[in-house]
Design a protein around this ligand. Structure first.
Ligand code: PEP
Ligand code: MN
Length: 266
């Protein structure tokens, strides 16, 4: 069967537009921000630095899919309102996660790009609803999903009427617990062979270690990724989620200055 996501059906790259930001046109898009939106001061500190050093989108979670029900679950709608405020102040489009079908309309009122988290990659009811949501979708790879399963998850969104899907590799489960996940860097060019959809890398969740984020970010450029998702925080050691993998704002600035695509463009 010819899938809508397949390069056989559409040989040329899809360009997914999020406001004036384009994925898949040969450029490199950096989306960054805190794992969780925690408060106004934290979010604005991130947004200011991201905008200042050339990041194109602000990403932060208001609804968080946490492994434990006792961990911080996100601020909910007040978090979405803080993201909206940051967009007004800094002109950055907003990327944020929707964890359940019931929240699709609510999140779509605020988000410019709707994130589907790794744990929800095969939540087919959610994928179908996102096919009808009118906003582009960022689809993370499930921690144990094959590339074919990931493609099929994207197919659900396209088949339900939404052609605007960006794929995000975020590491898979394997035997070595040294890193939080194992960064499947191969997945980036392998997916780009099979599909016309843009593919980005999330080196933060892929490694779980802040020291490994910049090297893997450079690898993303080298293998032809269309962009990056990076977690940063003004005070990572005090973060309510994913502090160990979050860059502080100075480290984020350094990363932006040393990405090879930027050096080549300069
Ligand atoms: C996140 O982006 O903060 C997140 C929860 O990621 P993942 O779904 O990849 O685990
Ligand atoms: Mn996170």
């Amino acid at each position: 069967m010819n899938l809508l996501v397949s390069r056989d059906v559409q040989p040329e790259n899809s360009v997914v537009r999020v406001g004036d930001v384009a994925f898949g046109d040969g450029g490199f898009v950096v989306m960054a921000g805190p794992c969780s939106v925690e408060n106004e001061e934290q979010l604005m500190a991130c947004a200011e630095v991201i905008a200042d050093c050339g990041g194109q989108l602000l990403r932060g979670g208001a609804f968080k899919p946490r492994t434990s029900p006792y961990e911080f679950q996100g601020l909910g709608e007040p978090g979405l309102k803080l993201l909206e405020l940051a967009r007004e102040r800094y002109g950055l489009g907003i990327v944020t996660e929707v964890v359940t079908e019931a929240d699709v309309d609510l999140v779509a009122n605020y988000a410019d790009l709707m994130q589907v988290g790794a744990r929800n990659m095969q939540n087919f009811a959610l994928l179908k609803a996102l096919g009808r949501c009118g906003k582009p979708v960022l689809l993370k790879r499930g921690p144990s999903a094959t590339l074919k399963e990931w493609l099929m998850a994207a197919e659900y969104v396209l088949a339900n009427g939404n052609p605007d899907v960006v794929l995000c590799e975020r590491g898979i489960r394997s035997f070595d617990s040294h890193t939080r996940n194992v960064c499947d860097i191969t997945a980036v060019p392998a997916m780009k062979e099979m599909t016309h959809l843009p593919v980005i890398l999330d080196p933060s969740h892929a490694t779980g270690r802040r020291s490994l984020v910049a090297p893997l970010a450079r690898a993303a450029v080298a293998v032809g990724a269309d962009g990056l998702l990076v977690e940063c925080h003004p005070n990572p050691d005090a973060a309510l989620s994913d502090g160990a993998q979050s860059l502080d704002l100075t480290q984020f600035r350094q990363l932006m200055m040393t990405l090879p695509c930027r050096i080549l463009k300069a």
